[in-house]
Design a protein around this ligand. Sequence first.
Ligand SMILES: [Zn+2]
Ligand SMILES: [Zn+2]
Length: 339
Amino acid sequence: MPLTYKKQNGQLVWVQNPFSGTVTYFTDIHKKQSGFRRPTVAPASQAPDWQAAEAARLAELESARRDCPFCPGNEEQTTAEVMRVVPEAVEGCAATGSPWLIRAFTNLFPRVPESCTGGRNESYVVVEDPRHFADDARHHDELLYTALLPLTQFRAVLYADIEVARLAYSNPSVRDVLIRKNQGRESGASQPHLHNQVIGADQVFPPVVQERHRLTEEPGLWRDILAFVEDEGFVISKRDGGLLYFCPFGVFPRSYEVVFPDVEGRLTEVPRSVVDSFAALLHEVLGLLGPLPLDYEIHDAPGLPLHAHLCARYYPYSNIGGTLNLPSDLATTLRPTRR
Ligand SMILES: [Zn+2]
Ligand SMILES: [Zn+2]
């Protein structure tokens, strides 16, 4: 039995990650009362000078944009641009007056040292939109987030990532390229302006090696996982042979996967129709989570079904001794914010 889990009275008790061995227990952890309380904030004062307060707030937003290296007008603050997508190329994108809609350049701080990749920096940043804040933002934390982009633009972002990945693969010392996003400070994003990363490395990334190794041992493993999530009611969406589902043994308590079980290989080589459907499923799960801090990572390699892991970082969790806890009534609350 490749996928190990225990059920009692029709309810999942635990399930083990077939790749890493981590165990998730389904418990009543969600019923615990939090002892943390937010400080009570006094209601906004009826300051007679609210106009001045509003002006100060807008000036603050303007100054954040002025200081942001990813905002239009500050292009010289980044490294040299390697590609851009103009707004005219993407149907349905917001009109902003910026000459570019999507823009890529090398990361000032390579994630894999240049000395590992033939002396060339193969870590790239792809800025997904010229806007820093969500439309009509009044506060610093009302940032634009990826789910606010129309699907046409999100797809264009993924194609931009793929073009940048091709550039990285043109370096003979690059053996693997990872497309990865961090949304929100809590997930490790250092810049608030909407962006993702494309990272070329001199070796295949360890989780991909681990997944490939397990699939060689158990070729039917992913099929078993899909049958399991289907049985448990964890599948959220299906499209053109691809599935989006809640993964109960992800790295974080709210983890999702997008998988195309019949497609294998790099995104730079799969048909456009697959990339389009893959983008649509990824966009759908981003829509479920909205502005929550999250990360996703695409695993595309020969010998592996094309897939992405997405982890929401917002939900409290308990991680003890290589185990996670998930609420026992999870399947009933799987689509909390679905529109
Ligand atoms: Zn910005
Ligand atoms: Zn993976």
